[in-house]
Design a protein around this ligand. Sequence first.
Ligand code: 5GP
Length: 211
Amino acid sequence: MDRGDLFVISAPSGAGKSTLCGILVDRLPGLVFSVSHTTRPPRKGEKHGRDYFFVSEEEFERLAAGDVFLEWARVHGHFYGTSREHVMELLSRGTDVILDIDVQGAAQVREKFPGAVTIFVLPPSWKVLEERLMARGSEDMETVKTRLRNALKEMEEVAAYDYTIVNDRLQEAVDDLISIVSSTRCRTPRVLAGLSDMAALHPSPDSWFLV
Ligand code: 5GP
């Protein structure tokens, strides 16, 4: 049976993860971004169903109680969760799925999917992280401070990830991400499972190489 791979990408806000994920799914056919549910209000330009499913706290609690989420966590004072059904359906169709989730969510996914490939994105420096968060302009100072405090805690978890990408030059970071996905797709069990006709790899009895 075809089965896609599950990729998890985490980073402190401002590391450039959303931009990276967007470019990655555009560049790699067969890789799909999982749209999370959140209780955070939409930012300017964000669309319901494309960036997030924006729901009320009551709705989120109802979904969590119904075991709808593969993982969920409270991040920066809001709830975020990944729909289990959506992810499982994509994986079973052989589609690769990327989850852009925080370190708490990544720990839950690691428990449930030991085969998940986990990637952490680091900013090139603390100063750059501060500048990127301030430049966003969509949040007040208190929110920026909360995100910076959380960034410190999140970066302590980097050692638990399979791969780390320093997002200094965007193009290089994208190339690194593509390499990670490409090499995962070349893993022997996956390639062999995907070969529909293993017999095609065996020599025919009258192969002239063998006579
Ligand atoms: P933002 O509000 O900036 O879009 O996201 C804030 C944080 O929530 C980011 O670290 C992002 O990766 C994380 N996040 C987004 N969706 C999910 C999710 O479904 N589950 C978890 N655990 N974290 C999420």
